[in-house]
Write a protein that binds this ligand. Structure first.
Ligand SMILES: *[C@@H]1O[C@H](CO)[C@@H](O)[C@H](O)[C@H]1NC(C)=O
Ligand SMILES: *[C@@H]1O[C@H](CO)[C@@H](O)[C@H](O)[C@H]1NC(C)=O
Ligand SMILES: *[C@@H]1O[C@H](CO)[C@@H](O)[C@H](O)[C@H]1NC(C)=O
Ligand SMILES: *[C@@H]1O[C@H](CO)[C@@H](O)[C@H](O)[C@H]1NC(C)=O
Length: 613
């Protein structure tokens, strides 16, 4: 008897709870219900490999297996009422989490996990196209795994075998829903992206919609809904152009259009007119977007949106199920597969233990709790000093962009997982010798768009400068300066905090904890979970660390060390600072083979021992 039961136990316990074994329990919090409609959608975007969920944040602690259970249970519930559910994903599934980045080749575990979700319409993001082999993996693995669902309205790829330029996937599809036979024409777009590797071609959206196939697809009169999925911001010229093109088509002056978007990493909702709306569903498996449409064929259909915090408490509530009834076999299997994958990749391997939280935007800069201050004062001076400059103690300054860091560092174990999450980039450092210190300061001001150095021409040239900062900052601060005051009570670009008390037993039921408090075109009641706001501070585009120990006197000239990614920006900024340096030609490699990630790991290993082991 015992022998039959005993071996099963270790498997049974973790999987009956699902989520990842290391994930914190979700917090019981006040929730807004979903408004189910005639046609319903679940939407993910910008998951960037976070299919294990967030192992240090209760609000987002559900994993891809739980999401599979959620979609299955929602489908059962909705179809039992004779209504329909569609599942959408709008790209940037790759890069940004060890579950994707740390395998060789990259993504082999991730794509095995991803494929188990039933997805009706899927698109590529820009991250799928940066590298030669990433886009080929899309063509050869993800597109076949999601055949019939993957759409690529404006992406072509050079086929690795035939060397011919072919569509990455179908341009569009027409289908009818299972229960009600709603006739849908669906597209899958990428914004006007230009940073792709040269084995793919991204056609501008504005040009794509002039093509015959698109014009024919939108001229179809037998359509109840246009579904435009895309790795495109909800509010964007690209979606405006598609909206305008459909509305200009005879017969579709008021056909309902549902857009799904992403890329900005924010929760957002745009109303194009009474019958056309766009939903963007955040990032990193923090948010499951929900949409419903009622009265599709009426003169005034009702669109409802909800941003669901990705945790089991929300999932149980919205399905009306509980721990014992919610999980499906497939969902549990996938949670188990994630656990095994993380274990094979050794993502729980610990490098050190962080004594306190360090924030990207939740603390001002500079501040002892700012991740950038920590890099500037501790990590960079203590690790970058092993320079190749002949051992002379010549003063040096290192410039990094704040966007080089992708995520907060929470108090507690600093694992292999943490490493991939905060800094997945593989940029090395370079330097140029003997740059006048004053010019370096001028360059800093240019890159940070300080008003005293701004002129019209500079504004235009540097339109892209905000992209040096964290992506979520762009929408909310549109050109505002760094500040030590919280610029706004922040409305939903980041994540709910640690400092939350996981509700094991004693926590107050329904306590309001910090998290997303989104405002969008439909008001401030879109989030499923009612949260208190999180402060959000603007940070500069770039920051500098002084590398020489001796800073008693202001140096005449310094060696300028920088992260490779910044090279083209520095070249431009130098022109404005009237500094005649060609960074591409005159720079040399600095500590070859070392990336920011390596420096952080070295520092953490030396300075953050895990005392209680
Ligand atoms: C692409 O190539 C690089 C370098 O060889 C490798 O590290 C990476 O795993 C490859 N990625 C994929 C998706 O095959
Ligand atoms: C793509 O870029 C590589 C260099 O990265 C170059 O060798 C190759 O010729 C380019 N291919 C095309 C089709 O332009
Ligand atoms: C779950 O995994 C078990 C064991 O591998 C397998 O027998 C079962 O068919 C799987 N169920 C689903 C729904 O994938
Ligand atoms: C710092 O620089 C000053 C002036 O050049 C020099 O006198 C002093 O010894 C230096 N201190 C160290 C610690 O190198």
């Amino acid at each position: 008897m015992w022998s039959a039961i005993w071996p099963a136990l270790p498997l049974l316990f973790p999987s009956a709870l699902a989520a990842q074994p290391a994930a914190p329990a979700p917090i019981r919090a006040p929730l807004r219900d979903l408004h189910l409609g005639q046609l319903n959608f679940l939407h993910t975007t910008d998951t960037h490999g976070w299919l294990a969920g967030h192992l240090q944040e209760p609000s987002f602690s559900a994993d891809w297996g739980d999401y599979i259970s959620f979609a299955e249970r929602m489908r059962e519930k909705i179809e039992a009422q004779g209504r329909d559910l569609l599942v959408i994903d709008t790209g940037d599934r790759v890069e940004g989490n060890g579950l994707y980045d740390s395998s060789q080749p990259q993504g082999v575990y991730l794509s095995e996990i991803l494929r188990h979700q039933h997805i009706d319409v899927m698109t590529s993001g820009n991250h799928e196209l940066y590298k030669h082999n990433t886009s080929e993996a899309e063509l050869q693995v993800t597109v076949p795994n999601f055949r019939g669902s993957y759409l690529a309205s404006n992406i072509d790829i050079i086929h690795p075998e035939t060397q011919e330029l072919v569509p990455l996937a179908s341009r569009f599809k027409k289908f009818t829903t299972k229960q009600q036979g709603i006739r849908i024409v669906a597209f899958g777009f990428l914004f006007d992206f230009t940073g792709n590797y040269n084995n793919t071609v991204v056609q501008r959206v504005e040009d794509t919609i002039k093509e015959d196939w698109f014009q024919e697809a939108v001229s179809d009169e037998e359509v109840d809904l246009f579904l435009v999925a895309g790795h495109v911001p909800a509010h964007s010229p690209e979606y405006r152009a598609i909206f305008t093109a459909i509305r200009a088509t005879p017969g579709h002056e008021d056909t309902p259009i549902q857009f799904f978007g992403g890329h900005q990493h924010i929760r957002d909702y745009a109303k194009y007119d009474d019958k056309a709306v766009a939903l963007a569903s955040g990032r990193f498996m923090e948010t499951i977007g929900f949409m419903s449409i009622d009265g599709l064929s009426s003169t005034s259909p009702i669109f409802k949106r909800r941003y669901i915090d990705n945790n089991l408490y929300s999932y149980y509530h919205h399905t009306g199920l509980d721990e014992s009834s919610f999980h499906t076999d497939k969902g549990l299997n996938v949670s188990q597969l994630i656990t095994e994958s993380r274990s094979a990749l050794q993502l729980d391997k610990t490098h050190g233990c962080n004594p306190r939280d360090l924030w990207m935007s939740r603390a001002p800069y500079p501040h002892e709790e700012s991740i950038y201050t920590w890099l500037e004062k501790k990590v960079l001076p203590e690790t970058l000093k092993n320079d190749p400059r002949g051992g002379e103690d010549r003063p040096a300054v290192a410039i990094l962009n704040t966007g080089a860091i992708r995520f907060d560092i929470f108090k507690g174990p600093f694992t292999q997982d943490t490493m991939w999450i905060i800094s997945p980039f593989t940029n090395e450092f370079r330097y140029v010798k003997d740059v006048p210190y004053d010019k370096v300061q001028l360059i800093m001001e240019v890159l940070n768009k300080q008003p005293q150095v701004m002129s019209m021409s500079l504004e235009e040239t540097f339109d892209g400068l905000d992209s040096l900062g964290p992506p979520a900052q762009v929408k909310h601060f549109d050109g505002a300066m760094a500040s030590s005051e919280p610029a706004i009570e922040w409305s939903g670009q980041d994540m709910a905090g640690t400092g939350q008390i996981p509700l094991s037993a004693e926590g107050p039921s329904g306590a309001v904890v910090p998290g997303y408090t989104t405002e969008d075109d439909d008001g401030d009641d879109g989030d499923d979970t009612i949260h208190s706001p999180i402060p959000f501070y603007r940070v500069p585009n770039v920051f500098q660390a002084t590398l020489s120990a001796n800073t008693t006197t202001k140096p005449e000239t310094v060696d300028l060390v920088y992260i490779e990614f910044l090279q083209s920006y520095l070249t431009l900024a130098a022109k404005f600072a009237q500094l005649d340096v060609d960074f591409a030609k005159e720079s040399k490699s600095y500590m070859p083979g070392s990336t920011l990630t390596d420096l952080v790991l070295e520092w953490v290993g030396k300075n953050w021992p895990c005392t209680d082991n």
